[in-house]
Design a binder for this molecule. Structure first.
Ligand code: ATP
Length: 254
């Protein structure tokens, strides 16, 4: 499913937070969103997912204006994994993931074997099957993050938005989760701080600075030493690999 944004503007009072952003994401593509703290990544993700209304501009999903898509239809198409999402107390891991099925069920339909199979597969994909009966509140930060990703998978979306999905994850799960997102048969837009992971797993990268897109392209085209200095204010050496996805950034202490 394709997504496009046309001249999106959003802000509060006199502060512009998303400044005239246009972009497009092809079906099946994994698009990385990078930029310094406060550059507008989360705000842009929420606009693209239809969770915030732009002051001007529009978002289209499969050519249809997202503002005109009924909420329930949108909930079947789009999943959003928030940064540090919270969940109510006294629920099990399985119950949290089951919530992902809500948009697909009518008031009259019971819980089906097919729903259960989707939930089990989602838990398996994030390596949380062994925790299915555990209380969500007792999970570690990384386990919570993986459960929220499982809930998004259980939604069977066609587009997935992930805001810093590797927060709290150990390096094994960072790589596993991003590999899974890349290999899923859906369109994904992922805000990331780790630029090496963005280079490894994103087809293209959009760079935000002060709410505006300053570059967009393949990781090897975008992640240059000049961009890292100008946008991220760091000195780094960029080593291009022999094949795409092998661009590696070595940061310098001074
Ligand atoms: N509702 C709001 N009211 C006031 N300021 C806001 C609001 N939402 C976001 N901002 C400001 O907009 C800017 C962009 O925030 P946003 O969370 O989109 O950035 P980000 O790139 O995701 O940041 P980070 O990398 O730190 O997560 C920040 O300066 C933030 O303080």
């Amino acid at each position: 499913m394709s997504i496009s944004a046309h001249n999106l503007v959003w802000g509060v009072r006199h502060k512009t937070i998303v400044a005239d952003v246009s972009l497009s994401v092809a079906p099946g593509e994994t698009l990385g969103l990078i930029g310094p703290n406060g550059s507008g990544k989360s705000s842009l993700l929420r606009l693209l997912a239809g969770l915030k209304q732009p002051l001007s501009g529009r978002v289209e999903i499969l050519g249809q204006d997202i503002a005109r898509v009924p909420r329930r239809t949108l909930a079947r198409q789009v999943a959003f994994v928030q940064q540090n999402a919270a969940t109510d107390t006294n629920v099990s891991v399985r119950d949290v993931v089951r919530l992902g099925r809500t948009p697909h069920r009518s008031a009259l339909s019971g819980w089906s074997a097919a729903d259960e199979a989707v939930v089990s597969a989602a838990l398996e994909r994030v390596d949380m099957t062994g925790h299915r009966a555990q209380a969500w509140q007792t999970l570690s930060g990384g386990e919570r993050q993986r459960v929220h990703i499982a809930r998004a998978l259980a939604q069977s979306p066609q587009v997935m938005f992930l805001d810093e999905p590797t927060n709290h994850l150990d390096i094994h799960h960072q790589i596993e989760i991003l590999r899974m997102v890349r290999d899923l048969d859906l369109t994904s837009i992922v805000a990331l701080h780790d630029l090496n992971l963005a280079a490894m797993f994103c087809d293209r990268i959009v760079v935000l600075k002060a709410g505006a897109v300053v570059d967009c392209g393949t990781p090897d085209a975008v992640l240059t030493e000049t961009l890292l200095r100008d946008v991220f204010r760091v000195n780094a050496e960029v080593c291009a690999g022999p094949i795409p996805c092998q661009t590696h950034i070595r940061f310098k202490a001074a």
